[in-house]
Ligand binder design. Structure first.
Ligand SMILES: *[C@@H]1O[C@H](CO)[C@@H](O)[C@H](O)[C@H]1NC(C)=O
Ligand SMILES: *[C@@H]1O[C@H](CO)[C@@H](O)[C@H](O)[C@H]1NC(C)=O
Ligand SMILES: *[C@@H]1O[C@H](CO)[C@@H](O)[C@H](O)[C@H]1NC(C)=O
Length: 676
């Protein structure tokens, strides 16, 4: 789209605004998407988890649609139930040695997790997660932009108490980064590894080209953009609760970082933001610029840091140039002209496979940040370097990366030239250190969330996208629909753009343009938080603990109460009964003391092969030393690869058993059993 799209077009008399005055009668408001059928198509028996939670979306590009729903699967699979503390999002499905124990959280991925989660109508997930991160979960292991994430989440739900509850903790966290601040330069520095990007130019060159896993402390565009965004977010969050002096303080901190990034990290020779060294050693000197362009140099736009200048905007041409950052299959993290481009330094000891590096490979992590930056550039900068067609092209390229042959399985990083997954370790399937739902909502669909009483829509599409419809999208306490139908043939509701609020049309436009629609917020409904009492985060025999009829290895047993639910076959999850085990099996949970429970959620895996869902099950309790069926059971039929619900008469017991009948010759995988 051209620069003319930058003019804000407040919706005026010609267009219908506000639900009550809608001209079209409610009888015409038929739902264009069959959300039930969509949930079943994409999520099978696990559809009930998604049905009333996710925002729905489809577009004329079926791969984008398919990957959109796959990304909700990733989101769901990475929800770890901590029991009383509620849910967090994980980066790796299963445990890794560098996670924060006992939760398994990792703060480098938080920004993506919250940005995806803000489009879930069940606010519990991002809300519990932010509570966890802001009350100790954010250990500053890595750089992050959590304050900015809180603000971004507020822009969608407008929940002031939730956004400001941990303001003091957010200020404390911000101020702790003073240990990475060089006051003589007014900039933050970080070791690339702790920026979650090992083997960058700075760390490799600081080792004399010999390694680069650690070391290479540098003033980077990333950490400074994050801190700029965090300062701005803190200023705005403080404004919500009338802390004027805090707002002034953080606004001036943000302004100082912005000015220093532009003054010191912009390299006019390379026309790109690049690192300068913090470290001085035999190979590199303090304050020297690194010697090449990296994708990280685009991050200032992800957080709206740079001024609106054609000089800065010229940086984006490097993302379009196939000899520079534009790999044929994904954006490169470093350009091929770099001496150690794609040189492999580190291998996984167990498998011999290549380990994570940032000297060229394409990372969904930074591709997401680049696309967010590009959408900011297209939406509200004046420039003539990139167009919507570049955005859609890169979005399609990124979409493609999610495929492993015909199946969807997002891994850590990719070869930017041939698109093959590089790392592919046991820990890698369905990796969650990137975003997609947020890109679709804020970019392609073009919802630009705002704090005030307006809904702003500016779809970043080209004529390639013949139609799209986003439905049941949460916004300021309501559910909105944004629909584009180039010729009206898809939805039979007229050609063009159409916006609905809670089922009522509030704006239409026959042509593609920015809409800014007056939008009175609605009170948001409270969050429901059932607490599973049987969760055990650690592999121990402290209470509550599991025990089973076979497969009694402690890790195997623990997997069924570890708070993790996914049904992906690529990575086993759950208690597995033994090969050749008897048809009658059981799994027992022992609580520390008598505990009242009245229902269970049971997740059985079924691969149609060696693992089959049971043919029968029952919840049992001890009575005079014998296991008997608990009274009043209302059992769902067994659900394979979904949740089987059972309710029973509330009972207070120290031990509860799930008795299972497995088909002869088959095994059971109990992904999870939760008692409430
Ligand atoms: C930009 O970086 C290159 C590579 O390190 C360096 O040679 C050049 O002097 C820098 N340009 C400016 C204007 O500092
Ligand atoms: C950039 O400049 C244009 C035109 O002057 C203006 O409309 C837009 O808001 C500016 N964007 C930013 C980020 O300053
Ligand atoms: C687990 O069950 C077995 C078999 O009933 C029993 O021998 C064992 O003591 C139990 N272990 C624990 C930790 O309860």
């Amino acid at each position: 789209m051209l620069y003319s799209s930058l003019f804000l077009l407040a919706v005026q008399s010609g267009l219908t605004v506000k639900g009550a005055k809608a001209s079209s009668s409610p009888s015409h408001e038929k739902r264009a998407l069959d959300t039930s059928a969509i949930a079943t198509k994409y999520f099978g028996n696990d559809a009930p988890w998604y049905k009333d939670r996710i925002a729905y979306f489809e577009c004329s590009d079926s791969q984008i649609t398919d990957v959109y729903y796959y990304r909700w699967k990733i989101f769901r699979a990475h929800q770890r139930d901590l029991g009383a503390k509620g849910y967090i999002s994980t980066e790796f499905l299963d445990d890794v040695s560098w996670q924060l124990e006992p939760w398994a959280s990792l703060n480098d991925a938080t920004g993506f997790h919250v940005a995806e989660g803000r489009w879930n109508r069940d606010r519990r997930f991002k809300d519990d997660y932010l509570t966890h991160m802001l009350t100790g979960g954010d250990d500053r292991h890595f750089t992050d932009y959590i304050q900015d994430s809180v603000w971004g989440s507020y822009l969608v739900d407008n929940d002031v108490p939730s956004a400001t509850k941990y303001l003091d903790q957010m200020k404390t966290l911000y101020n702790q980064w003073v240990d990475h601040f060089d006051s003589s330069k007014g900039l933050y520095w970080v070791e690339p590894l702790l920026d979650a990007t090992e083997y960058t130019i700075s760390s490799i060159d600081a080792s004399g080209g010999k390694d680069g896993f650690t070391g290479g402390d540098a003033f980077r565009p990333s950490v400074n953009s994050y801190m700029y965004a965090n300062a701005r977010a803190l200023a705005k969050l403080a404004g919500l609760v009338g802390q004027t002096s805090v707002t002034t303080d953080y606004n001036s901190r943000a302004a100082a970082i912005k000015s220093n990034v532009q003054k010191s990290l912009w390299n006019s020779t390379l026309s790109h933001f690049i690192d300068r060294y913090k470290v001085s050693n035999d190979y590199v000197k303090y304050w020297e610029p690194i010697r090449g362009r990296e994708l990280v140099g685009i991050l200032p736009w992800t957080f709206d840091l740079p001024d609106n200048s054609s000089e800065y905007a010229s940086s984006w041409k490097h993302l379009l140039n196939p000899n520079e950052l534009a790999g044929a299959k994904g954006l490169r993290t470093v350009e091929p002209s770099y001496q150690y481009y794609m040189k492999q330094y580190r291998y996984d000891a167990a498998s011999g496979r290549r380990e994570c590096q940032w000297n060229g490979p394409a990372w969904p992590f930074q591709i997401t940040q680049a696309l967010l930056g590009m959408s900011n550039l297209l939406d509200h900068y004046s420039q003539n370097v990139v167009t919507n067609s570049d955005y859609i092209k890169l979005l399609k390229q990124y979409t493609q990366i999610h495929y492993n042959g015909a199946s969807l399985n997002l891994q850590e990083d990719y070869d930017p030239d041939n698109g093959g997954a590089i790392v592919g370790l046991a820990r890698s399937p369905h990796y969650f250190h990137s975003g997609y739902i947020d890109l679709i909502m804020t970019g392609l669909v073009g919802i630009r969330p705002r704090a005030d009483d307006f809904l702003e829509i500016n779809p970043l599409i080209t004529s390639d996208i013949k139609y799209f419809r986003a439905e049941e999208v949460p916004y300021h306490g309501t559910n909105i629909v944004v629909q584009w139908d180039a010729d009206g043939s898809r939805y039979n509701q007229g050609a063009g753009l159409r916006v609905e609020r809670d089922g009522v049309v509030i704006a239409t436009s026959p042509t593609l343009k920015r809409l800014v629609i007056p939008f009175q917020k609605k009170a948001i409904i409270g969050i429901t938080r059932p607490i599973a009492k049987s969760i055990q985060l650690q592999t121990t025999t402290t209470y509550p603990y599991g025990n089973a009829s076979s497969g009694t290895n402690i890790d195997n047993v623990h997997d069924a109460i570890d708070g993790r639910v996914w049904f992906f076959p690529e990575l086993a999850n759950g208690w597995n009964s033994d090969v050749n085990s008897a048809t009658t099996q059981w799994y027992t949970v022992t609580f520390e003391s008598a505990t009242q429970i009245s229902r269970a959620e049971i997740a059985f895996f079924d691969n149609g092969n060696d693992f089959k869902a049971p043919t029968a099950y029952s919840v049992q309790v001890l009575s005079n030393g014998k296991w008997v069926d608990v009274a009043g059971q209302k059992k769902d039929a067994v659900v394979a690869n979904g949740i089987t619900n059972v309710q029973f008469t509330a009972t207070s017991i120290a031990q509860v058993r799930l008795a299972i009948t497995q088909p002869a010759g088959k095994r059971t995988r109990l992904v999870e059993v939760k008692y409430f």
